[in-house]
Design a protein around this ligand. Structure first.
Ligand code: ATP
Length: 327
């Protein structure tokens, strides 16, 4: 792995102003992170430390800056101000070429829509990042990466021959093949039904518990967030709080409280109208989907619709018991 520390302070050192610093070395460090899009401050001064080997869920109302936070932390978007450090390496202020190389070495990214190449097999999709880096991965290396996500024997399947959950697991294997310091996932279960979504969440949890991987995931789903070690809550581009050892019920209650707040500072400033129902956000009452600890009556959203992210229409080939959206 190419690592070029550019900050004088050691990455494990706690920094003042960061909320709830967990024990252990820091995998992601954000300081004073601002991302402006014309008049909108998508991120408005975020300070955050995420410890190595932990699983963090980022939640917040629609438009609160979750995806922007993830993209800036992963070097996919450039902050207007502030600093980003991943695995002890400063990403902000780098030239495009250097940033691309560091991103390839340090960061894995999983999208809601998998982003697999349909004409390539699972093995070829997984090998792609290394091939783009000019390396020819061994068959063993690729097979091992697929086995790690529970897809041994599926090497030659193309995305169209896999279920949505299996496609997402291929995407996770592809993100992990470069052994990144941090795996970022933007709504990785958003397009999956609850069964396949659970498989992907268990996979992410296992990567943290079994392999010490650091995972940062954006989600709208309190049930998904309950798989994490901690939830970071964003409102108006700022960290509004965090939950340790979250339960789905506790997360849903906090989200309901945030979303029922009369107005946000951004709305009061006239930056944008309130969005009451965003695509992909959690839309069902948590008690319908959660039976574990923390379950219980939660202030409803008044939107008794089907769970978000169920599979769309169209042909689907499933090769296992679990079904999900097609790739
Ligand atoms: N490329 C862009 N151009 C202009 N405004 C943007 C852009 N990207 C994000 N924004 C704005 O920044 C704010 C934060 O957006 P972001 O997508 O990060 O929020 P989010 O919390 O992920 O939202 P959602 O939950 O709806 O996906 C929003 O007001 C959004 O409209």
């Amino acid at each position: 792995m190419t690592t070029t520390p550019t900050t004088p302070d050691p990455p494990a050192a706690p920094a003042p102003g960061a909320p709830g610093l967990p024990a252990g070395p820091v995998a992601v460090r954000l300081r004073g992170l601002v991302r402006r899009h014309r008049d909108v401050r998508a991120l408005d001064g975020v300070d955050l430390d995420l410890a190595t080997g932990t699983f963090t869920a980022v939640m917040g109302p629609s438009g609160s800056g979750k995806s922007t936070l993830l993209r800036c932390a992963a070097g996919l978007d450039r902050p207007t101000a502030g600093s980003v450090e991943v695995g002890g390496v400063r990403l902000d202020g780098l030239g495009e070429r250097r940033l691309t190389l560091l991103r390839r070495d340090l960061i894995g990214f999983v999208f809601q829509s998998y982003n697999l190449l349909p004409s390539l097999t699972a093995a070829q999709n997984v090998a792609l990042p290394l091939r783009l880096a000019g390396r020819r991965p061994s068959r063993h290396e690729v097979r091992e990466a697929l086995a790690r996500v529970g897809l041994a024997g599926r090497e030659r399947h193309r995305p169209g021959e896999l279920s949505g959950g299996q496609c997402q697991r291929v995407a996770v294997a592809r993100a992990l093949i470069t052994r990144p310091a941090v795996l970022f996932a933007d709504e990785p279960t958003g397009a999956l039904d609850s069964t396949t979504g659970r498989e992907v969440l268990d996979l992410l949890r296992g990567l943290v518990d079994g392999g010490g991987q650091t995972v940062v995931m954006v989600t709208h789903d309190p049930v998904a967030a309950a798989s994490a070690d901690q939830v970071v809550l964003l409102v108006d581009g700022r960290v509004a709080g965090e939950l340790r050892a979250p339960t789905a019920g506790a997360v849903a209650a906090r989200m309901a409280a945030l979303e029922s707040a009369p107005t946000t500072p951004r709305e009061r400033a006239g930056e944008e109208p309130r969005e009451v129902s965003g695509a992909g956000r959690w839309q069902g009452p948590v008690e319908d989907r959660w039976e574990g600890p923390g379950a219980g009556p939660v202030a409803g959203t008044g939107e008794d619709t089907a769970p978000a992210g169920t599979a769309g229409a169209g042909p689907r080939v499933t090769t296992g018991a679990a079904e999900g959206a097609e790739c």
